[in-house]
Design a protein around this ligand. Sequence first.
Ligand SMILES: [Zn+2]
Length: 343
Amino acid sequence: MFETANAGSLPKPSWLAETGKLWPEWKASGADLERAKADATLLWLKVQEDAGLDIVGDGEQSRQHFVHGFLARVEGIDFEHKVKMGIRNNRYDAMVPQVVGPLRLGGRVHAVEARLARAHTAKKLKFTLPGPMTIVDTVADRFYGDAKQGRIKMAFAFAELLNQEALALEADGVDIIQFDEPAFNVYMADAAEWGIAALERAAQGLQCTTAVHICYGYGIPANVDWKGTLGSEWRQYEQVFPALAKSSIDQVSLECIHSRVPPDLMRLLAGKEVMVGVIDVASDAIETPEEIAETIGRALQFVPKERLIACTNCGLAPMRREVAEAKLAALGRGAALARERFA
Ligand SMILES: [Zn+2]
């Protein structure tokens, strides 16, 4: 009861990459960089296991960014000439690569880190990939056309490539494949209309557990400011969850603690496993076990206990390493307290 998991990303150690950044520069290159990525992956596996997490991951140590890490192996994308673009409906600017031709996967994307992680943990292994809609929102298009039909076509093209990699990750021994779709909280109507269908295309044929993570973003100032404009109740999930409940995706990861998401919206996910965010990624304050158990208790009004997974609101990538370590440890302790209390 109450398995525990991290949403996905974890901070990169200072010897691997710049710290505190969403698009950090690597500190090494060539074989040294590959060694450093592997070392950081092993380190975080150990930290997650020590924290008592039931579901662990590679902490996304081998990719510069959760979207662009996947794109690095996609042909038809020009990474040399990035352009500045407002992403997430112009919430913030990012330097993004351009889609310039038909999209094809140039080979395996995450085989090395997935197999490394699998070889070094007996826990359930979760692996994260960006969702098709979020990818479309994090690239500049010079090929498919700006109109809505072009976006949809491009999303399904990415979904096919994601599916290839996801099936290969499953063969590598990954237990849970999670697609990250923060864009679902920004373009709610599009998410319900075609985003979920693209997501299902990406997950097609998978026998392992499938998941989608929908958040209000990392704890960076642009996101914190945006949340300030969303009013006293954040009801974005309300427009997406009903369609998601009907989808083939098994698990849904959502924000809960310190957010203004009305917890009763979790009711809309009947039949799904719900990864409830009990760790705030926008604050360095370490949650107490009591606070975490209380958050789980609130969610239990709307999610049956056998379907509740305690998780972080989002990835911890931009945080300080010691803060992330303490938050993972808190997650383990908080879930243990909740098991005692609600057994
Ligand atoms: Zn997130």
